[in-house]
Design a protein around this ligand. Structure first.
Ligand SMILES: NC(=O)C1=CN([C@@H]2O[C@H](COP(=O)(O)OP(=O)(O)OC[C@H]3O[C@@H](n4cnc5c(N)ncnc54)[C@H](OP(=O)(O)O)[C@@H]3O)[C@@H](O)[C@H]2O)C=CC1
Ligand SMILES: O=C(O)[C@@H]1CCC=N1
Length: 264
């Protein structure tokens, strides 16, 4: 199966790296600046499965088309490539807020289209991609896309009506975690740790807590009580986080993100 990636920026580059690390990927990368094309050819010189090509070439040759340009660039891109797409092509838009109806408006009737929301940990095979297929996508096509993306991490299928909330809790969420880690490191430095010491500990705390959530399937509130000894240090810290409104800040941020995704 040949995959085209249109737009190799932060997210497109992460998907490309994730697919390549999975081994055996056949990827046609489409960029619009010659210096970026040169850089990519050099970067992937050891990977014969990666080619940098013109959009029309990718459109004609690929089975699956991953759109990773900015949302405002999707319409022009589809106008440019849709005449060359094969009838059995699958178009997967990963652009914020671009609806299945928007996609259909620039594609031939019946073209299989999927709206998707990935996140950047795709780069290290730990991403999550939320997929919402149109009615033109068969179960077999959806399975092919999920298998294609497997090297980038997990996939789940949700109705399109949940894409905006999924953006807020998945697509954008790594940034909240990085902000949390930045704050934890700064706070650790204030308490006498060196920055590298604090970063190593904070990184491992996030990695370990994530693994506990994923591997035990336990409710986060239960896992939290296991850390919180009666009258201990964690209870003292959590009381301050609650007093400073951490839950409220998250609720407000997730609503703002959902609203932005929905264009509200
Ligand atoms: N960043 C993230 O965490 C996530 C991003 N997304 C979505 O992914 C998409 C890309 O976002 P992001 O990677 O952050 O943005 P970037 O600006 O980092 O990447 C966009 C890339 O697309 C390139 N590009 C623009 N137009 C074309 C074109 N016509 N043909 C080929 N390449 C083109 C840009 O090239 P140039 O450098 O020349 O401008 C740039 O390299 C967006 O739609 C966003 O909503 C979704 C989930 C998460
Ligand atoms: O910030 C953005 O618009 C993109 C979409 C989700 C994550 N990054």
């Amino acid at each position: 199966m040949t995959t085209a990636i249109y737009g190799v920026g932060s997210m497109g580059g992460a998907v490309l790296d994730g697919l390549v690390a999975g081994g055996g990927a056949q990827v046609l990368a489409v960029v619009r600046r010659s210096e970026q094309a040169d850089r990519l050819r050099e970067q992937y010189a050891e990977h014969p499965g990666v080619e940098v090509v013109e959009p029309e070439d990718a459109a004609a040759r690929a089975d699956v088309h991953l759109l990773l340009v900015k949302p405002y660039g999707v319409a022009d891109l589809l106008e440019a490539i849709s005449p060359s797409l094969r009838p059995d092509a699958i178009v997967v838009s990963m652009a914020l807020g671009v609806s299945l109806a928007d996609l259909a408006g620039h594609l031939s009737a019946g073209t299989a289209a999927i709206r998707a929301m990935p996140n950047t940990p795709a780069k290290v095979g730990q991403g999550m991609t939320v997929l919402s297929p149109s009615d033109d996508v068969s179960d077999e096509q959806l399975t092919r896309v999920r298998e294609l993306l497997a090297p980038t991490g997990r996939t789940i299928v949700l109705p399109e009506s949940q894409q905006d909330a999924a953006t807020a809790v998945s697509g954008s969420a790594p940034a909240y975690v990085y902000l949390f880690v930045e704050g934890l490191v700064d706070a650790g430095v204030a308490q006498g740790l060196t920055r590298p010491q604090a970063l190593a500990m904070a990184t491992q705390a996030v990695r370990g807590a994530g693994a506990m959530l994923a591997e035990t399937g336990e409710d986060p509130a239960v896992l939290r009580t296991h850390v919180t000894s009666p009258g201990g240090s964690t209870a003292a810290a959590l009381a301050r986080l609650e007093a400073h409104g951490m839950r409220h800040a998250l609720a407000d941020a997730v609503k703002a993100c959902t609203d932005r995704s929905a264009g509200r």
